[in-house]
Design a protein around this ligand. Structure first.
Ligand code: PGA
Length: 250
C-alpha cells in the first residue's frame, strides 16, 4: 500500500507574527508545484492564525504542538482541542519528547490527549522514542513498545488508521546527531509490526510513520528512500522557508 509522504515542521518556540507571515509568503511559491507530498506546519499557538491566513488557499496543513485533554475549565495557560479546531488546525503533535522530558508529561496524560484528539476530530502526530541511556542499555524496542501500548490504550481502531506516528530518538533531537537510516528504519519497522499485531494488516499499512531528529535538506533523502519511512518531523531545519521547501524535494 502506498502512503502519501508527509513533511512536517515543528517550529517549537520560535518566530513572531511578522516572521511567520514572511515565512509563508516565501514558502508558497517554492512548493506550489508539489503534488505527491503533504506539507504540515505546526507553529506555536500564537502563530496558528497567522500561518492559517498565510496558507492562502494552498494545500499546506496546519497543526498545533500540544493541547490539554479537557474541553474547557480552570486550566490556566492551557489550550483546549476545540480551540485548535476553531483556529482551523487539522493536526496536533502529542507526546513530543520536550513535552515528556522537559514538562513532565506522562504516558497517561498523552493517552488522555489522544482520546481528546479523537473526540475533537484532530489528527495526532504521536511522538515516541528512546533516550540515549535507554539505547545504550539496549532498551530501545522496549521503550517504544511501552509508549505505544500506553499512549494508544483504548483508542478505537478506526481512529488509529488515520493517525501519524513519529519515531524521534531523544538523543537525535536538536543535537545534529541524526539516527542512522538503519536505526530509523528498524524502529519504524518495529512500530509497524506492533500496529500489525494489535490492529491487523490493513490498519497497520495505513498509518504514516515519520522519522524525526536532526533531519536536514542534506539527509532527508536517505530517510525517505527507506522502505516504511513515510516522512519527517523537522525542528531546526523547518525554520527557514528555503530549507523547509528543500526538505519537501527528497
Ligand atoms: P530537530 O527537531 O529537527 O531540530 O532535531 C525535531 C523535533 O523535535 O521534532
Amino acid at each position: 500500500m502506498s502512503r502519501r509522504p508527509l513533511i512536517a515542521a515543528n517550529w517549537k518556540m520560535h518566530k513572531t507574527c511578522q516572521e511567520a507571515k514572511t515565512f509563508m509568503a516565501e514558502l508558497l511559491p517554492k512548493i506550489a508545484d508539489l503534488k505527491d507530498v503533504d506539507v504540515l506546519i505546526c507553529p506555536p499557538f500564537t502563530l496558528i492564525s497567522t500561518v492559517d491566513m498565510g496558507r492562502d488557499g494552498s494545500k499546506v496543513l496546519l497543526g498545533a504542538q500540544n493541547m490539554h485533554h479537557e474541553s474547557k475549565g480552570a486550566f490556566t495557560g492551557e489550550v483546549a482541542p476545540m480551540m485548535l479546531r476553531d483556529l482551523k488546525c487539522e493536526f496536533v503533535i502529542l507526546g513530543h519528547s520536550e513535552r515528556r522530558w522537559v514538562f513532565g508529561e506522562t504516558d497517561d496524560m498523552i493517552n488522555k490527549k489522544m482520546h481528546a484528539a479523537f473526540a475533537n476530530g484532530l489528527i495526532p502526530v504521536l511522538c515516541v522514542g528512546e533516550k540515549l541511556e535507554e539505547r545504550e542499555k539496549n532498551l530501545t524496542d522496549q521503550v517504544i513498545l511501552n509508549q505505544l501500548e500506553k499512549n494508544l490504550a483504548g483508542i478505537s481502531e478506526s481512529f488509529v488508521s488515520g493517525i501519524v506516528i513519529a519515531y524521534e530518538p531523544v538523543w537525535a533531537i536538536g543535537t545534529g546527531k541524526n539516527a542512522t537510516t538503519k536505526d530509523a528504519k528498524d524502529a519504524i519497522a518495529l512500530i509497524r509490526e506492533y500496529l500489525h499485531s494489535k490492529y491487523g494488516q490493513e490498519i497497520s499499512e495505513k498509518v504514516r510513520i515519520l522519522y524525526g531528529g536532526s533531519v536536514k535538506p542534506e539527509n532527508v533523502k536517505t530517510y525517505m528512500d527507506q522502505d516504511g519511512i513515510d516522512g519527517a518531523l523537522v525542528g531546526g531545519a523547518s525554520l527557514e522557508a528555503d530549507s523547509f521547501a528543500k526538505l519537501t524535494r527528497f
